[in-house]
Design a protein around this ligand. Structure first.
Ligand SMILES: NC(=O)c1ccc[n+]([C@@H]2O[C@H](COP(=O)([O-])OP(=O)(O)OC[C@H]3O[C@@H](n4cnc5c(N)ncnc54)[C@H](O)[C@@H]3O)[C@@H](O)[C@H]2O)c1
Length: 333
């Protein structure tokens, strides 16, 4: 069965969804929808795709099986809810919704109406993140100490969210996927300079059970673009540089060793060995994500990044907002 898809929202991200959907054999992209008709020129090369300005025209169309929603965050809940109620499967961009109550409602609605609800946590479909999961599970990586992410550039300031709600969903979803552990506390701090309302720079520290700490540095006001994640282990360390076209992951055989009699590391032993660069399949993460969405619809499978995974991320975002507001570390129950 071919799945007929409509993409809703043709701003920055939507055209990437269209470009990938057209290459998936099991899918046929029939319609795009955007309230701003000027965006339709972005899909000019695909002349057979119908353009509409109102989502109701998509939802009324019985030939459309699924919608991929890439509109601003403040519209996610209402558009996804309408789509599920109209009998469509939904791929909803990150972050899932503005509140966890809304996410819970969408999960229930999708279950009740037997529709696939998937969230666009794209990094979970990247070869690099999947490879990292395998590496840190190996005994020779040792105990994981920290996750240290820098996600900064001169970014597109969002109209309806701060930098945490825009960029942290990537790190939160990666952490949830990589580590089988629960957060204990979260501290977030941030500032705005250009706008009046939404933080443009933020730092987050999350403490997890098993003694893993996550440090996340986010900015829309950086002169250079950096997308790096360092994961430190007791025996090895990983550097993941997502900007690199190839050689995205390097595994460093480096560590600091102290002996029992040497608890204060006055003279620690530094171990420095080879660097391994795993070979990764060159495939766009978004294409893997979209193929998975189509397969979930065709086979009635549970998505890897379904509503519950989306909800987990939204909960962390809410806790980060609470910490920003109170300037306090929030203990997570
Ligand atoms: N998965 C990823 O890696 C990734 C990357 C970038 C953005 N995103 C997400 O994609 C979403 C869109 O981000 P963007 O940067 O493309 O935003 P954008 O502002 O560039 O584009 C949003 C588009 O939606 C349209 N729109 C708004 N309300 C609409 C409605 N009710 N019906 C139809 N169209 C409507 C706007 O006219 C605009 O063209 C966000 O949720 C963002 O977080 C995800």
């Amino acid at each position: 069965m071919k799945v007929n898809i409509a993409v809703v929202g043709l701003g920055y991200w939507g055209p990437n969804l269209v470009r990938n959907f057209v290459t998936v054999p099991g899918a046929s992209i029939t319609t795009v929808c955007d309230t701003n008709p000027a965006t339709f020129q972005k899909i000019k090369p695909f002349s057979s795709i119908k353009t509409v300005r109102n989502i109701n025209d998509v939802l009324r169309d019985k030939t459309i099986d699924a919608v991929a929603i890439a509109t601003p965050l403040s519209t996610h809940f209402i558009l996804a809810k309408k789509a599920i109620l109209a009998g469509k499967h939904v791929l909803l961009e990150k972050p899932m919704t503005q509140t966890s109550i809304q996410s819970q409602e969408l999960i229930k609605l999708a279950e009740k109406n037997k529709r696939i609800l998937m969230v666009g946590h794209t990094f979970i479909y990247s070869q690099a993140v999947r490879q990292i999961k395998k590496i840190i599970k190996r005994k020779d990586f040792g105990q994981v100490y920290y996750f240290d992410s820098t996600r900064i550039n001169l970014g597109i300031l969002q109209k309806d969210s701060n930098v945490i709600w825009d960029l942290a969903p990537h790190d939160f979803s990666i952490i949830n996927y990589l580590f089988d552990t629960k957060p204990i506390s979260l501290l977030a701090t941030g500032s705005h300079f250009v706008g009046k309302k939404y933080e443009e720079i933020a730092h987050i520290v999350i403490k997890y059970e098993n003694n893993i700490n996550a440090y996340i540095n986010l900015s829309w006001l950086s002169p250079v673009k950096i997308r790096s994640i360092f994961i430190g282990g007791s025996k090895k360390m990983i550097v993941y540089d997502d900007i690199q076209p190839s050689e995205k992951i390097k595994i460093y055989n480096k560590r600091i060793k102290t002996t029992e009699n040497n608890i204060t590391p006055f003279s620690p032993a530094y171990r420095s060995g080879e660097i391994i660069i795993p070979n990764l399949e060159q495939k766009e993460a978004l294409l893997t994500e979209i193929e998975h969405f189509v397969e979930c619809i065709q086979m009635n499978k549970k998505p890897l990044t379904g509503g519950l995974e989306g909800l987990k991320v939204v909960k962390l975002l809410e806790i980060a907002s609470e910490s920003l507001k109170t300037n306090l570390e929030v203990i997570i129950k």
